[in-house]
Design a protein around this ligand. Sequence first.
Ligand SMILES: C[S@@+](CC[C@H](N)C(=O)[O-])C[C@H]1O[C@@H](n2cnc3c(N)ncnc32)[C@H](O)[C@@H]1O
Length: 304
Amino acid sequence: MSVRIVSEFDPTADFVLFAGDCLDLLRQMPDGSVKLVVTSPPYNLGKAYETRLHLDEYLAQQRAVIDQCVRVLSSRGSICWQVGNYVDNGEIIPLDVVLYPIFASLGLHLRNRIVWHFGHGLHASKRFSGRYEVIMWFTKSNDYTFNLDAVRVPQKYPQKRHFKGPNKGELSGNPLGKNPSDVWEIPNVKANHVEKTIHPCQFPVELIERLVLAMTDRDDWVFDPFMGVGSTAIAALMHGRRAAGAEIMPEYAAVARERVLLASMGKLRVRPMGREVYDPTVSGPSTPPKVVHLSGSVAQPLET
Ligand SMILES: C[S@@+](CC[C@H](N)C(=O)[O-])C[C@H]1O[C@@H](n2cnc3c(N)ncnc32)[C@H](O)[C@@H]1O
């Protein structure tokens, strides 16, 4: 299907791709318009796209963005802030620990601190190698969207039955699958990953798909203030949601546009959600990459 891409906020578009500072895009967005804010902000590590700041200054910048994200969030909406560690002279500062008070001071409710565990990265020599990051999931209120059935995973023993009591003989687990828990085993996007682009730290699309499916409904807006190469937008559009994102580096914004266009033509390859993690000690068939088919909400001619 075609996806209508616009460069300024427009409530009738499929995808708002803003090539600039997220605060400038946020200024255009109405109060309560977004169902899910999901992002991985700069970690203040001095990557090509960020100026390393004193931690207090970094936190003040984050607060300004978070404050606006809360304003645009709908009352049943969620914010997922995915972070790792800030590293200063070999000492780690977990960013969720220092960012949590900002969210709490804005009245948000922490629902899960999801541990995203992955297999690859730099090998540390003076501490254990870092192999997880976290997603802080906050809601704006106590009445929030959570579509658990949309994200259930297979039961370990699907045929297990009650062996006594009134339900004797019946399946003991939910036939739709089990709750995926708050520890997620999903490969990160390194050189051999099918989704790898020029970006040094992009999300795997499947990580965001689970959040989109659980925390939004069709046609809802999903917003990523630090969009990178558009992984959030792809996950949202794949499931018939609308996407908005800001990216300050023009080369990453261009890749985001390219990836969404490829997806709209059915040509973008992504790692499928729920695919087993490769285990070299076990041989057997594995699920091949899948080609994305967008099911966006508004089928209209493409605006480029
Ligand atoms: C950790 S990366 C996010 C990568 C993204 N999750 C993906 O899958 O591609 C953070 C991104 O935020 C961008 N960025 C930094 N400051 C920004 C700002 N003020 N407004 C918009 N984007 C910004 C950086 O250029 C970088 O691409």
